[in-house]
Design a protein around this ligand. Structure first.
Ligand code: P6P
Length: 332
């Protein structure tokens, strides 16, 4: 018997909108457009080994990192899916140095999209899961096509956040502040189908900690003591998992519990990960799933951004472990 009770992401978004008094269709349309862009990127990612889009395009992005062809493709797909909708006033992308107002030829809207089009792209050529991360904010100024101030808002104000993980299957996970929901792409019908309703980070005891221990010699004393404590906890009950692709490491943490850590260190005091379009959206999801996200001293969502591409240390996952991280780092 074929299951006819499938919930597509479009249906779920509409249901969410109905539960949001006074919601305009704009917000729902934005999420639907992001889902469409994710399908297009997923198709290309899954063909990466077959068509000439592997390898580097020879130039470096604003972060000074070699740009992979799929990075450029993903950036273009998301930008073109969103620029004409009339729902956005501007966008912020990991791939673009400055914020981008919606072109004059298109109507402007009330929302700002901040995104990392393809995070972990250095893993593309070795077939490790990679991801897209996005965050939606509402405009707070009178500027028709946005302003830097509209882009530099604390994560606490996000209206929606989500990510797409291109792995053994393609999943889109998002929250609008009413729980966290996961959708798996069914390539046979080209639809994201609700597969993980109301995701909650599992209660303690957690099994995993996730950090790149190659940098241990550069960590603060508190960070070194924290990881040693995790190794000794419960008689060595923890297992270490580190994929080196933020979305994949976070997705495992969300579903299995534990803590993912990318601390600052002597060489990079603010760590490597970006606040606006990496840490903030994942922090919104983590909190909505019953977890926490900290920069080591306080909630990621309470940070007032000062620069578009500013970095932040990130400790995210099970609340008890993020709390423990803060305790150890408090003595640094
Ligand atoms: P490291 C991938 O390049 C990335 O930006 C994130 O996806 C990932 O969490 C991090 O860098 C891995 O960094 O220093 O451990 O290689």
């Amino acid at each position: 018997m074929t299951d006819t009770h499938i919930v597509t992401i479009d249906r779920h978004i509409i249901d969410e909108e109905r539960n949001r008094p006074g919601a305009s269709g704009a917000f729902s349309n934005l999420l639907t457009d992001i889902a469409l862009a994710a399908k297009v990127i997923s198709r290309q990612v899954n063909m990466a080994g077959l068509v000439d889009i592997l390898g580097r395009v020879g130039h470096r992005n604003v972060q000074g990192e070699p740009v992979q062809k799929l990075d450029v493709f993903a950036q273009d797909v998301i930008y073109r899916a969103m620029d004409h909708t009339g729902h956005l006033c501007c966008m912020v992308s990991e791939e673009l140095e400055d914020w981008v107002p919606i072109p004059e030829k298109f109507p402007a809207g009330e929302y700002i999209l901040l995104f990392d089009p393809l995070d972990g792209s250095s893993n593309i050529d070795v077939n490790v899961s990679i991801g897209t991360i996005f965050s939606l904010q509402r405009k707070v100024t009178e500027h028709e096509r946005g302003s830097l101030e509209d882009c530099l808002q604390p994560g606490r104000r996000q209206l929606a956040a989500g990510y797409v993980v291109y792995g053994s299957s393609t999943m889109l996970v998002y929250t609008t502040g009413r729980g966290v929901h996961g959708f798996t792409l069914d390539p046979s019908i080209g639809e994201f189908i609700l597969s993980h309703e109301d995701i909650r980070i599992p209660q303690p005891p957690s099994r995993y900690y996730s950090v790149n221990e190659a940098y241990a010699s550069r960590w603060s004393p508190g960070m070194q003591r924290l990881v040693e404590d995790l190794k000794r906890s419960r008689g060595g009950e923890f297992s270490s998992r580190y994929i080196g692709s933020l979305v994949a490491d976070f997705h495992r943490t969300l579903l299995r519990g534990g803590i993912f850590m990318y601390p600052g260190d002597q060489k990079h005091p603010s760590g490597k990960l970006r606040l606006l379009y990496e840490a903030s959206p994942l922090a919104f999801i983590a909190e909505e799933a019953g977890g926490r996200a900290s920069d080591g001293t306080g909630d990621i969502l309470d940070i007032q951004p000062t620069e578009l591409h500013q970095r932040t240390p990130l400790f995210i996952g099970s609340t008890d472990l993020v709390d423990r991280a803060e305790e150890f780092l408090a003595n640094d």
